[in-house]
Design a protein around this ligand. Structure first.
Ligand code: APR
Ligand code: ZN
Length: 370
């Protein structure tokens, strides 16, 4: 039977100065050619959404918030071949064009034609309308904080149905990014020493992935004792309170600097500290996203002299169709404890409270369950 346009309840942001969302009823069109409609079962509350609500990043409005989702295929559009109604899927928010040279060479995260950052599907449109029939925009082309969403088939990755939806949703952003930063960007090997600066949702995912990769020691750095305690539970072998003498303390623990270090905050100062935490020949991976127009000051002569490599990580260098099922398998095998990242599960109408908790530096991850 042909799918119809449906009414859906969603957390919508209309530019409110206090960063509040409103649960509204929107209209969602059926999936077009090559698209699927997903009944969302869980959606993570991620720091990128907060950047938008607090006016730090601009997006088209009204915005259907959220980009970290998992659910069940409810309807498929014409030409969909790999997915069927009832499949459990994780949603990828970086929706590459699938045709350019970067996409063809297995680097979808480097695609220059993705329109996800403009809250548009790959064809430059949206399937959403609000009460007066004008367009509404799914944040990062997902709009996860909604009962249903429409995405391209390639952005809905089927995973093992034994993975709980709350866990699966995090694979689509925080857990996936952390895993990818370690495996794809850092290419961390067993026995290598590692430092992670920032133990929020992303940093804890990196720590869990480092343990999976067999890195040792794994040093977590944060300014919060509570976050450092969580870092130990995720697999950190050492914890350090951040500060100006960080390089010396890391050097002591690792015997001259780490093989690989990750910045998972997005602060200019901690990004500039990163080269000083790694040994000559080591790698530094930038995962946190700094504010716009704030360049880094790095000693280029020292960097070249020491032969260090600095790596930018966009969406953890993930190839979702390859990596999401791998991460799901690692979770089911007990070797990548994504559930440890979830501090609270909430209802859709509690999302503003979850953002407030995030603003106060509490909770690693709240997940909306539908
Ligand atoms: N030194 C060490 N740790 C710090 C410092 C500092 N100077 N300042 C803040 N932190 C810690 C916080 O205490 C917190 O535990 O950094 C952590 C940041 O975590 P979250 O705010 O939960 O952010 P998260 O969701 O993990 O995202 C981190 O990655 O994907 C990007 O956009 C995202 O830029 C953001 C980054
Ligand atoms: Zn995210």
């Amino acid at each position: 039977m042909q799918a119809q346009t449906i009414d859906v309840r969603a957390a919508v942001y209309r530019g409110d100065a206090d960063g509040r969302t409103e649960v509204e009823t929107l209209r969602l069109d059926p999936p077009w050619q090559g698209e699927v409609r997903v009944r969302v079962r869980a959606a993570g509350v991620c720091g990128s959404d907060r950047h938008v609500l607090d006016g730090e990043w601009q997006v088209p409005l009204p915005a259907v918030m959220g980009h970290e989702a998992a659910g069940v295929i409810e309807a498929v559009g014409p030409g969909v071949t790999h997915l069927a109604v009832g499949d459990h899927v994780v949603i990828a928010w970086h929706q590459a064009c699938q045709r350019c040279g970067e996409c063809a060479s297995g680097k979808p995260w480097a695609c220059r034609y993705a329109q996800s950052n403009d809250s548009l599907l790959p064809d430059g449109t949206t399937r959403w309308t609000d009460r007066d029939r004008s367009a509404a925009y799914p944040y990062l082309a997902v709009g996860a904080m909604s009962e249903y969403i429409v995405v391209p088939e390639f952005a809905a990755i089927r995973i093992d149905s034994r993975v709980p939806f709350a866990v699966a949703s995090l694979i689509g952003c925080s857990a996936g990014t952390g895993y990818g930063a370690v495996v794809n960007n850092g290419k961390v090997l067993a026995g290598e020493s590692a430092v992670v600066v920032g133990a929020g949702g992303v940093g804890l995912s990196i720590i869990a992935a480092l343990r999976l990769a067999g890195a040792t020691p794994i040093v977590a750095v944060d300014i919060s004792e509570q976050k450092l305690a969580e870092a130990e539970r995720a697999g950190a072998t050492h914890t350090v309170i951040g500060g100006t003498d960080l390089g010396d303390r890391i050097s002591e623990i690792t015997g001259g600097g780490a093989d690989v270090a990750f910045e998972a905050i997005g602060r200019v100062q901690t990004m500039e500290q990163l080269p000083g935490l790694i040994r000559p020949g080591g790698r530094g991976v930038f995962v946190g996203l700094p504010p716009e127009d704030q360049p880094l000051m790095i000693d280029g002569l020292q960097l070249a002299y020491d032969g260090k490599t600095l790596i930018g990580s966009n969406y953890g260098g993930l190839v979702p169709a390859r990596d999401f099922p791998r991460i799901a398998r690692a979770y089911l095998a007990g070797s990548f404890p994504v559930d440890a990242l979830i501090s609270t599960t909430i209802r859709l109408d509690q999302v503003d409270d979850a953002f407030d908790a995030m603003r106060r530096g509490e909770r690693t991850r709240s997940v909306i369950v539908f």
